[in-house]
Write a protein that binds this ligand. Sequence first.
Ligand SMILES: [Zn+2]
Length: 322
Amino acid sequence: MATAANASRPPTTPPDLADVRGQSSARNALVTAAAGGHALLLLGPPGCGKTMLAERLHGLLPPMAEAEALVVAIHQSLAGQAIDPLSYRVRPLRRPHHTSTMMALAGGGNPLRPGEISLAHCGVLLLDELPEFARPCLEALREPIESGEIHLARVHGSEVLPARFLLVATMNPCPCGRTLQSTPPCRCSTERIASYRGRLSQPLLDRIDLWVSMRAVDHAHLNAPPAEATATLAPRVWRARALQQARQGGLNAQLALPELLGVSAMSRSAAACWQALGKTHQMSARGMHRLLAVARTLADLEQASSVEDAQLFQAAQWRQVF
Ligand SMILES: [Zn+2]
C-alpha cells in the first residue's frame, strides 16, 4: 500500500508489463484503457495477477503537457504536499484504501482540500477491491468518470475541482474470492454473490468502459517467454493518443455520442453490427455509447480510419462480466 506521502509519486523503477505472464485479454484491455482513457475493471480470483496488471497501467501513459502539470501541482499544493521538481511532468498515481472516507476520496473541508480523485487528475486512480469501498464513495465516482470534474457542496453553493483520472479497479468474483476451479471451491451462495456484486450500481458499471474477467494463471504460462514489455507497448499507446488529440482534441472516452459517431466512420454493415450487439447483450444507450468508444480506440491502436465489426465484437466481449 502506498502511503499518503508517497502515493502521488510513482516508484523510480516502475513495474513492467513483461513481469505479467499470460492474461493476454486483460493485457490488451489495459493497453486499450491507456490509449483511449477508458475506465477499467479487472475481476478475478486472488493470485490471478489483477493487481499486478492494474499497477502497470501508469507506465503506459505519456508525460503530462505543461498545462496539465500545472493543474496537478496546484492540487498537490492545495493538499499540502511538497512538489518534487523531478516528477513535475510525471502523471500522478493515487491508490486510496477501501476504508477511505468520503472526504478523503472526493475532497472538501474548510479550507477546501482536493480528495484522492482530484489528486489523480491527469493520472491513474487505482482502487483495489472496489466493492469494499463505502457505497457513497462508489457513487461519488460517477460524476468525475463522466465529466472529469467533481462538484463539492460548500456552505454557500458549491465548488468544482478537475478530476479527469483514469480509473483502474479490481475485484474478486465473489466474497470468498475463490472460483469453482480452485480447491477448496467457492461455497458462496448465489444470493451472497449477487449481494457482493450488487454493491456496484448499474449506473456506476455503465460508466466503466472495460470489464475484464480473469482466471487463475495457467501453469503453462509460467515457463513461457516474457510477454511484451511496457517499453514495447507504450509507444503504441502514445501514437493512438496523439492521433485522437489531432483528430478531436481529446480522448475517445471523453467524446459525446454524436461526436463519436462522426469520427467512427462506420460502414452500413458495421453500424448494423453495433446495433445487433447492443440488442444481443441488452445494453442501455449508455452501454452502446461506451462500446463504440472502446471500438474506436481499438481502431486507433491499429491506425485504422474506420471502426469495423472486429473491433465492435472485441469491445462487446469486454462488457459481459455482469
Ligand atoms: Zn466464493
